[in-house]
Write a protein that binds this ligand. Structure first.
Ligand SMILES: [Zn+2]
Length: 305
């Protein structure tokens, strides 16, 4: 069974928080049988004034060191994921990294980036974040970069985007939207979580949702377990999006984890919990990774040979 995870902040931690110890290591990924780990290039917390491009390049350099010294392998498509092997997909978190330039989008596409969030928690030249609750739609510069992203098959990640921006994307973007690390507002009322209407729109548009493992988004407290992750996955399935859901751990970007899912090594505990609830092997394979691969097929990726 292929296991995919669509968000972790490990490269930021390695590049810019060297005192911390990442839990996303090749050893833990292999122990958990994770075939595809998405590692984001994060703008950093200070928005346009916080040197986002330089941060992203420092994080890419951290990836290159892991590649050269520890054998980490880049996947240029999720369809390169293979059972028994572990590959890394690159994403962007915080469109200020692009500095409003389509040329920068092409530059990161050439490095292998395959998904990008227009915002983190700060407004930038492209769009408005969920934090603050702006009712403004995506800015013209955001649409310019979204068109270039679509041409390069870079998925539009709506985690962190404001709700008005989300609906703007659903209405006008040529690609189905995705949320790389978000949970359900109906189960935990946090601005970072998706409403039922947003989840249903993801299903209708052929989008994708990676459920976040952060206890604050799962339960609203510092405490959670794989049962809470399963509750959020189950809720998404109940809304008709069983083919549009999977894992978006947020490991190394969250200061606490579920007690029984503290690193990629324990991701199989979620599958065990879903199995215990009656999910069949086919449904589990969809949630573990199959849904994510098919999302990229809808973007135009084709399996190799
Ligand atoms: Zn995030």
């Amino acid at each position: 069974m292929l296991i995919c995870d669509t968000h972790c902040d490990t490269l930021y931690m390695r590049a810019l928080e060297p005192d911390k110890t990442p839990c996303v290591t090749m050893e833990n990924l292999r122990r958990g049988g994770v075939s595809l780990q998405t590692c984001t290039l994060y703008a950093g917390p200070n928005g346009v004034s916080g040197h986002p491009y330089e941060n992203a390049m420092a994080e890419y350099a951290a990836f290159c060191r892991l590649r050269d010294e520890e054998g980490w392998t880049l996947a240029r498509s999720p369809l390169e994921a293979k059972d028994g092997e572990t590959r890394v997909l690159l994403s962007i978190e915080g469109g200020e990294i692009f500095e409003g330039s389509a040329e920068r989008v092409r530059e990161f596409a050439a490095l292998g980036v395959r998904m990008a969030a227009l915002t983190w928690n700060n407004e930038n030249e492209l769009a408005y974040p969920a934090k603050g609750g702006s009712t403004e739609r995506i800015k013209p510069a955001g649409w310019e970069l979204l068109r270039e992203m679509a041409r390069l098959r870079i998925a539009a990640d709506t985690s962190h985007l404001n709700e008005a921006g989300f609906w703007d994307l659903v209405d006008r973007h040529t690609q189905p939207p995705m949320a790389s690390h978000s949970c359900c507002r109906a189960l935990c009322d946090h601005f970072r979580n998706l409403t039922d209407a947003q989840i249903k729109a993801m299903a209708q548009r052929g989008g994708w949702i990676g459920v976040n493992f952060y206890p604050q988004f799962l339960t609203g407290s510092a405490h959670a377990s794989v049962a809470d992750i399963a509750d959020h996955i189950d809720h998404i399935c109940q809304l008709g999006a069983a083919k549009n859901v999977g894992f978006g751990s947020d490991f190394d970007g969250i200061e606490c984890t579920p007690s029984d899912c503290q690193s990629p090594a324990q991701v199989p505990n979620i599958l065990s919990e879903l199995r215990r609830r009656g999910y069949g092997e086919e449904a589990l394979a969809d949630i573990a990774g199959g849904n994510f691969l098919r999302y990229y097929q809808r973007l135009g990726d084709e399996a190799q040979g």
